[in-house]
Design a binder for this molecule. Structure first.
Ligand code: DC
Length: 224
């Protein structure tokens, strides 16, 4: 297969990450989780400053911030910040509560975009996020916009929590998803948009395997 860049965007809970990982493993691509980078910066700022405040400024000392991500053969991603493995820490609820200010910041976004582009110079990749097809790789070989109804996405999140042994209120999850959609779509820079040349896939009535197979077909087609 020739070298390909695949951008997968969509709202929270649309299945981007799970699907992209499986496609990457099956087709031998490198998977990059761009959301994990925003989460890592949030973790770093929280640890350094104790909180993320609305007047947050992304200062020069960020040059000392070294974020790395490794994709393992079994589909897992390891993300580290200055040598500390934060892969699990960045999934904490406190990160989700504070990430809005970080991911709205244009300097943060520019920093992340430089990093993401650098990582993909010489290899075939599939990267998921919100602005991958619109901002990070506007010339991607393939752009996919994954979507699903709020109800279906909330149901998937509930299942993830239940699998982790956590009990959560479905209405609260739904509310959080609607809030995140708003935040992702209203962001002044790097907002979640469906690129005009993206393939739209509504996964509401599809199984995960059906989505994976569909995307693999699309990737194989452009990689010929
Ligand atoms: O995909 P995720 O839930 O791990 O993303 C975490 C947050 O980062 C989410 O609130 C949206 C933001 N994000 C972004 O602004 N741009 C991206 N390319 C990826 C994620």
């Amino acid at each position: 297969m020739k070298k390909v860049t695949v951008a997968v965007d969509g709202p929270a809970g649309s299945g981007k990450s799970s699907v992209s990982r499986r496609v990457a493993v099956d087709l031998g691509l490198m998977y990059i989780d761009s959301g994990a980078i925003y989460r890592s910066i949030t973790w770093y700022v929280l640890r350094r400053d104790g909180s993320v405040t609305p007047d947050f400024v992304f200062t020069g000392d960020i040059g000392e911030l070294k974020i790395e991500q490794e994709f393992t053969g079994d589909g897992a991603s390891l993300t580290s910040v200055n040598g500390v493995d934060v892969s699990v820490l960045i999934r904490d609820e406190v990160i989700a509560r504070n990430i809005g200010i970080i991911s709205d910041n244009v300097d943060v976004r520019n920093f992340v975009n430089v990093l993401l582009r650098k990582w993909t110079k010489s290899r075939s990749i599939i990267m998921d996020g919100r602005d991958i097809g619109s901002v990070v790789f506007p010339d991607a070989d393939l752009k996919i916009y994954l979507d699903a109804s709020v109800e279906v996405r909330a149901g998937r999140r509930m299942k993830e929590y239940l699998d982790l042994g956590k009990n959560v209120d479905e209405n609260l999850i739904k509310k959080q998803i609607i809030q995140r959609d708003e935040q992702d779509r209203r962001r002044p820079y790097g907002a979640l948009v469906r690129a005009h040349d993206a393939v739209y896939v509504d996964t509401s009535c599809m199984t995960m395997q059906q989505v994976i197979d569909h995307i693999k077909d699309l990737v194989l087609h452009i990689g010929q």
